[in-house]
Design a protein around this ligand. Structure first.
Ligand code: MBD
Ligand code: FE
Length: 285
């Protein structure tokens, strides 16, 4: 079979299982620091009260309760909890955390971050297939602290979907590490990353998350985006995403994770390469 579309569409269950495994591997995400019985009771108690409020306001019936229960079970069985939570809930948490964050705006991490990617020098091309499709894109910029001092040796950890909207590590046809890398800034804190423009991302529609979207009449799309995690010693890591001006679904992101400050406008350089600069500002720990 030739390298065309259908045969390599990853399944919801496949990418869900990969996302679940990736999350479980990262122990740093499960710190219980700051927890106490009072805090658990307060937070969980208020979540239950919010559900109570919804049940009353919508006069929820037993069949609806049983349908919700069946759906929640299928989300677990399909390994789609990382997807469901990061699409529908993470943006609330990110919004709250960002209130105490200075410098570059953050956005949600989503389910497809994989640590430990290839370290690349400041001026680099992301790992890609020899025939990688998509418009060439060069993202360059500088990492600085909030006082404007450059941060040499900072890490720009970048990952994004390919020209068909698929992520390496979550779609079996893609080589590991494709369109992912950890770029180390130069002596002036600068970087220049060559890659290809990602396509909008469609939430897998053959599993329970897709079924919910369909039942609610909501579309399954995220606008095209590039994920970044920018780290420097002694500074607060920024997890964010960049979006493209005039991109489809910018105003209706199913994951509600766009911010006007994160929209870039690459310009064609006359040789078929789109170029854009974006600088990152990190606050001290
Ligand atoms: C993605 O690529 C993503 O960024 C989010 C937040 C959810 C699902 C897929
Ligand atoms: Fe994404």
């Amino acid at each position: 079979m030739t390298a065309t579309h259908e045969h390599h569409s990853p399944t919801a269950a496949g990418s869900g299982a990969s996302a679940t495994a990736a999350f479980k591997e990262s122990s740093t995400r499960r710190s219980t620091a700051g927890s106490s019985p009072e805090r658990v009771a307060g937070i969980v108690g208020d979540i239950l009260k919010a559900i109570d409020d919804v049940v009353h306001r919508h006069d929820v019936t037993y069949p609806e309760y049983q349908a919700a229960k069946a759906w929640l079970m299928s989300v677990g069985e399909g390994g789609e909890w990382p997807l469901v939570l990061d699409v529908f809930v993470e943006h609330f948490v990110e919004d709250q955390v960002s209130r105490s964050q200075h410098g570059t705006k953050g956005s949600i991490e989503g389910p497809y971050y994989l640590p430990g990617q290839a370290k690349l020098s400041a001026e680099c091309t992301l790992p890609m297939r020899p025939d990688e499709k998509g418009t060439p894109l060069v993202l360059s910029g500088q990492v600085r602290d909030v006082d404007g001092n450059p941060l040499p040796g900072a890490e720009v950890d970048i990952w994004h979907a390919d020209d068909e909207g698929y992520y390496a590590g979550f779609a079996p046809h893609l080589p590991d590490g494709n369109l992912r890398g950890v770029v180390v800034t130069d002596d002036h804190g600068r970087f220049a990353i060559r890659t290809v423009q990602p396509a909008p991302y469609q939430i897998p529609h053959d599993g329970p998350t897709g079924a919910l979207l369909e039942s609610a009449g909501w579309h399954p799309w995220r606008p095209a985006h590039i994920h970044l995690m920018v780290r420097a010693d002694g500074h607060r890591t920024i997890t964010t995403q960049l979006y493209f001006e005039a991109g489809e679904y910018l105003d209706s992101d199913v994951a509600a994770a766009t911010k006007p400050e994160l929209v870039i406008a690459p310009a064609d350089d006359g040789a078929g390469v789109r170029r854009v600069t974006y600088d990152f500002e990190l606050e001290k720990d």
